[in-house]
Design a protein around this ligand. Structure first.
Ligand SMILES: [Zn+2]
Length: 483
């Protein structure tokens, strides 16, 4: 049987951080006492009329611009009918056949559509999962009902759980940097569902998909998709077929529970919302959305790769968080022309990240005591071989702990590289004398044996000599003696 390939698309709900709700003037505020932010409109009293929140439209247009979407000149709102206690109108105002935005892209993933809608109220199950007996009940908090949402639907372009989680992170950072949402997964202002299927590798056809819900962290998102892919692979490999259904992921034991068989669109009896006019963004709104965009992570990753020659994963590590990006760029600038950005990037993502971990704090580079100018000076000293690589690491550990000026630390600790080749040569000679067995083995062709001699020199010089230079001198001296 052909190997099975994972096919994953994501549906992301982003709560917009507007001051008021989507169709009424109620304040939006997370964590307040239940049912204090309500009015006849969001409680669906008879005879009330919704009014679209202009700020929500502007925010949605910013998301559309960031995702390089085409914006519909005229889109419309629909009623999506369903009965549930979290929906007092018994329908949700959403967009259906003509969404606000479509055909976009973020990184390597195509965006199918992005549309505006309102959030449902929050149902809280108390006691024995909602039966109205004794102490168990379902409570409804209408504070959330009517919160503006943008729903973003990707094409099924993701091919692994890890890829899906890392792309969702990129999306979150992108939306966060627009400043249009808190994008907090635990509080539910960013919610990610997965559409998951498998198919024989190389096939163009899509298999039957399941929808995976309740993954309220990126770790759970990855684990949930992983678990569902494993379930589908096992099923298909045993000759079974995948049923279209919605599954709830339980992170405590990685189990998947069916919620309901997936509704077809016609179950919702969509029809155009008669109480709202079409959504027609003005030229000014579209221009403002485009011009308000900061440099976003995906564009920055591209710039780091193309203009600075960084590897893709290094670029992603540095470009995603704006503070880290600013730190890296400042360091590269301070280091000057003599040091390639690639080298600075490797210090920030490699040595500095390791030293910060070692230090035990969870501060990133930008919050650390290591000033960009200090790191730049340190990297330059190592590049110019004024200090050895291992001394460089020692200085960095001091910088992480205390901050300060690397040149002063080098002076204070006597770490300047031994530049007197005569001095180093005599230490190498002594090292060979002291390790006759190793010297013999190296002469006999066992290259690894040189480590003992190098280690002896390092110890004698307290790491103040260049590793490459030490190796070169040992080999030269052994060759001379052999001859
Ligand atoms: Zn209201």
């Amino acid at each position: 049987m052909a190997e099975l390939e994972a096919v994953i698309g994501l549906e992301i709900h982003v709560q917009l951080a507007t001051r008021t709700k989507m169709f009424c003037g109620c304040e939006l505020s997370f964590g307040d006492e239940p049912n204090v932010h309500t009015c006849p409109v969001c409680l669906a009293h008879p005879g009330v009329l919704p009014v679209t929140n202009e700020q929500a439209i502007r925010y949605a247009l910013q998301i559309a611009a960031a995702l390089e979407c085409e914006v519909a000149p005229r889109s419309i709102f629909h009623r999506k009918n369903y009965f549930y206690p979290d929906s007092p109108k018994a329908y949700q105002i959403s967009q259906y056949d003509v969404p606000l935005a479509s055909n976009g892209r973020l990184g390597d993933v195509r965006i199918h559509r992005a549309h505006l809608e309102e959030d449902a109220a929050k149902t809280i199950h108390v006691g024995d999962s909602g039966r109205i007996h004794g102490s168990s009940a379902s409570l409804v908090d209408f504070n959330r009902g009517g919160t503006p949402l943008v729903e973003i639907v990707t094409e099924p372009d993701l091919r692994s759980a890890a890829e899906a989680a890392s792309w969702a992170r990129l999306l979150r950072e992108t939306v966060r940097q627009l400043g249009v949402s808190d994008v907090n997964m635990e509080e539910g202002s960013l919610r990610v569902d997965g559409n998951i299927s498998v198919r024989p590798a190389g096939s163009e056809e899509l298999g039957t998909k399941t929808e995976l819900k309740n993954m309220n962290s990126f770790r759970f998102l990855e684990r949930g998709i992983e678990a569902e892919l494993a379930r589908q692979r096992e099923l298909v490999e045993a000759g079974g077929t995948v049923a279209q259904e919605t599954l709830h992921f339980n992170p405590s034991d990685a189990s998947l529970t069916p919620l309901r068989s997936k509704e077809e669109a016609h179950d919702y009896r969509y029809f155009p919302e008669p109480d709202l006019v079409s959504l027609v963004p003005t030229e000014e709104m579209l221009r403002e959305a485009r011009e308000s965009l900061p440099e976003l992570p995906a564009a920055r990753i591209e710039r780091y790769r193309k203009q600075m020659g960084l590897a893709e994963d290094t670029a992603a590590l540095l470009a995603t968080d704006p503070a880290t990006a600013a730190y890296f760029e400042q360091t590269a600038k301070e280091a000057g022309k003599g040091v390639e950005p690639r080298v600075v990037a490797n210090w920030v993502t490699g040595e500095l990240a390791a030293a910060l971990r070692q230090d035990g704090g969870d501060a990133g580079a930008a919050e650390s005591k290591v000033e960009p100018a200090a790191l730049a000076a340190l990297v330059a000293m190592v590049q110019e071989k004024k200090i050895s690589n291992s001394s460089g690491k020692a200085v960095l550990a001091t910088l992480v702990a205390e901050g300060g000026d690397p040149a002063a630390i080098v002076d204070r600790e006597g770490l300047a590289q031994i530049s007197d080749s005569g001095e180093l040569e005599s230490i190498v000679a002594a090292a060979i004398e002291a390790n006759p067995d190793a010297a013999e083995q190296v002469r006999a062709g066992n290259r690894k044996a040189i480590g003992a001699i190098v280690g002896f020199v390092m110890k004698q010089t307290k790491g103040r000599a260049d590793g490459g230079e030490i190796n070169r001198l040992i080999e030269a001296q052994l060759d001379a003696r052999a001859g």
